[in-house]
Design a binder for this molecule. Structure first.
Ligand code: C2E
Ligand code: MG
Ligand code: MG
Length: 510
């Protein structure tokens, strides 16, 4: 049955009313005979009908405009909100690319704003935020200024010639906000910490990466004593100042369940059938988008939160792979590779945790392979005991990124490793770079001599696949087959096989 919306009902009602008016006018005119009164009545009816339709259309347009405006603006200050800001940064980046100039994003956070709310009340706090918004708009006429929430504002400067114009703008913000605010509650003084991020050209910056970098820089300004600006420095991102704040952010993300497991298929090079998946963690940040492991793992390791995150990834991936195994009973059994960081081996109950996870999820030990890097065995002799226990349980062990560390061959004999994963930097040069080709060749031969399996990482084209297959490499992974995929997309890929062109994610690189 067709359902009518309230909009549709209003439209029908308006038409009925108009029709009734026209009908009454016609009736009246006929009742009073005379030809001219019939014409008049008809004209009157048409005018009424036209006016009603026009009023109705106008109301509808106003309502749409109202809804659109409120979806893109902050209701307190009427400034653009995050969505609109991100959109404007995106446009500014495209223009800056054409003109070979830069885009600057400034992240402004008022210092000790909580105190204002505390001392004068929330109403005064709101008034102050509105006054700050007005001052920022006066200081940067024509620029996009947004309120992201709370006391956080952002300013977008498109087409800046370099760092000095951005820092001059930050100094201006400091000066403008430094003048007292005269409110009904009294005169208020505020200061702000400002973080600046500049786009790096060649389209490598995204609105999310600029916002994140400007925020990191702003946190740096707070750490240095507030009421100042800092320009984002990519090299100093993991310095202690920024890290303490980010640690709190990561703890919040754990609580809010913002981590995601992506799955990259492991493929038999002989048959191109999917035989397993590697679990790769990502952080779905509400503000910065998808954060890759290259950014989140170092912080998780420094803060010790890797224990918690690693355990969660293991459990979630075991659960998912077990579900896939149940779904595809007839197909070849699907295995799971999970990365384990060196720090996790310092945790005394790692083996127990892994064993408990297998029991809880029902995944068989021989369907799980833990990927470790050379640093695990190089720096921690006690890891050997744990590795042997894991091996004793039937769990596989792979040496990840082989060839990038010390590549001391002696440990391969001492440790119970059963797979070598050739690092993608070598696979990348396969066929085109003589040195890389020789290393891949030698690694495969060497692995075979030691009775180890070999998996090639980062296979990006058919030529690399053929070369690896001819060298006798059994398994591989890479964008040629599929990028890492979120669980639901991996489910579809497993159901359909690898026939479609490669697909996958886009990570906003910070
Ligand atoms: P990895 O274990 O060597 O994982 C393979 C990485 O290579 C993945 O990057 C994957 O996306 C990328 N890759 C695969 N095929 C290709 C390709 O054809 N071309 C290119 N350019 N890259 C390819 P990702 O997901 O960014 O992970 C990076 C690293 O972060 C991983 O390297 C692993 O060392 C670490 N990692 C990821 N998830 C976890 C985790 O849950 N725990 C721990 N401890 N480390 C993790
Ligand atoms: Mg790995
Ligand atoms: Mg690797």
């Amino acid at each position: 049955m067709r359902r009518y919306s309230s909009r549709h009902r209003a439209q029908v009602l308006a038409q009925l009313m108009a029709a009734t008016l026209v009908a009454s006018a016609v009736f009246y005119a006929v009742a009073n005979s005379g030809d001219s009164s019939i014409v008049l009545a008809l004209v009157f009816g048409a005018v009424v009908l036209f006016s009603l339709s026009w009023m109705y259309m106008r109301m509808r347009r106003q309502k749409n405009e109202y809804l659109r405006y409120h979806a893109l603006h902050d209701s307190l200050t009427n400034l653009p909100n995050r969505s609109l800001f991100v959109d404007r940064v995106d446009q500014a980046l495209a223009q800056a690319d054409e003109r070979s100039s830069s885009v600057a994003v400034m992240f402004i956070d008022l210092d000790d704003f909580k105190e204002i709310n505390h001392s004068y009340g929330y109403e005064a706090g709101d008034k102050l935020l509105v006054a700050v918004a007005e001052r920022l708009e006066e200081s940067f006429p024509g620029a996009t200024i947004a309120r992201l929430g709370g006391d956080a504002f952002t300013v977008l400067l498109g087409d800046v010639s370099g760092r000095s114009s951005a820092t001059a703008a930050a100094e201006q913000i400091g000066k403008e906000l430094g003048a007292p605010f005269a409110l009904a509650e009294g005169e208020m003084l505020v200061s702000a910490s400002v973080g600046i991020a500049l786009s790096s050209g060649l389209s490598s910056s995204t609105p999310e990466s600029l916002l994140r970098e400007a925020n990191v820089a702003m946190q740096g300004a707070k750490k240095k004593g507030k009421s100042r600006y800092t320009v984002f420095d990519p090299g100093a991102e993991s310095t202690t100042g920024g890290r303490l704040v980010q640690e709190a952010e990561m703890r919040r993300a754990i609580k809010e369940k913002e981590f995601r497991v992506y799955y990259q298929p492991l493929v038999s090079l002989e048959t191109t059938e999917i035989t397993g998946v590697e679990a790769l963690v990502r952080w779905q940040h509400p503000l910065y988008g998808l954060i890759p492991p290259s950014e989140l793992i170092p912080l998780a390791e420094q803060t010790g939160l890797i224990t918690h995150i690693g355990q969660w990834v293991l459990k979630e991936a075991c659960r998912q792979v077990r579900a896939w195994q149940e779904e595809h009973r007839s197909a070849t059994i699907l295995t799971l590779n999970v990365n384990v960081s060196a720090c996790q081996f310092q945790q005394p109950n790692l083996v127990k945790e892994v064993s408990r996870t297998l029991q809880e999820t029902g995944l068989a030990p021989h369907d799980l392979k833990l990927e470790i890097t050379e640093s695990v065995v190089m720096h921690d002799a006690s890891a050997i005991t744990a590795l042997r226990e894991l091996k004793g349980m039937g769990i596989g062990l792979a040496m990840d990124d082989f060839g990038t560390g010390y590549s001391s061959l002696s440990y391969l004999k001492r440790f119970p490793i059963d797979t070598l994963k050739i690092d993608r930097s070598y696979v990348d040069g396969l066929g085109s770079n003589a040195g890389d080709t020789a290393i891949v060749h030698a690694t495969i031969a060497f692995a075979k001599a030691l009775n180890l399996n070999v998996t090639a990482e980062g296979i990006q084209n058919a030529e690399q696949l053929t070369l690896l297959r001819n060298l006798g490499c059994e398994l591989g992974q890479g964008y040629h087959f599929s990028r890492p995929l979120p669980g639901d997309e991996a489910t579809k890929l497993l159901a359909s096989g690898l026939r479609q062109p490669p697909r996958g994610e886009h990570i906003s690189q910070g």
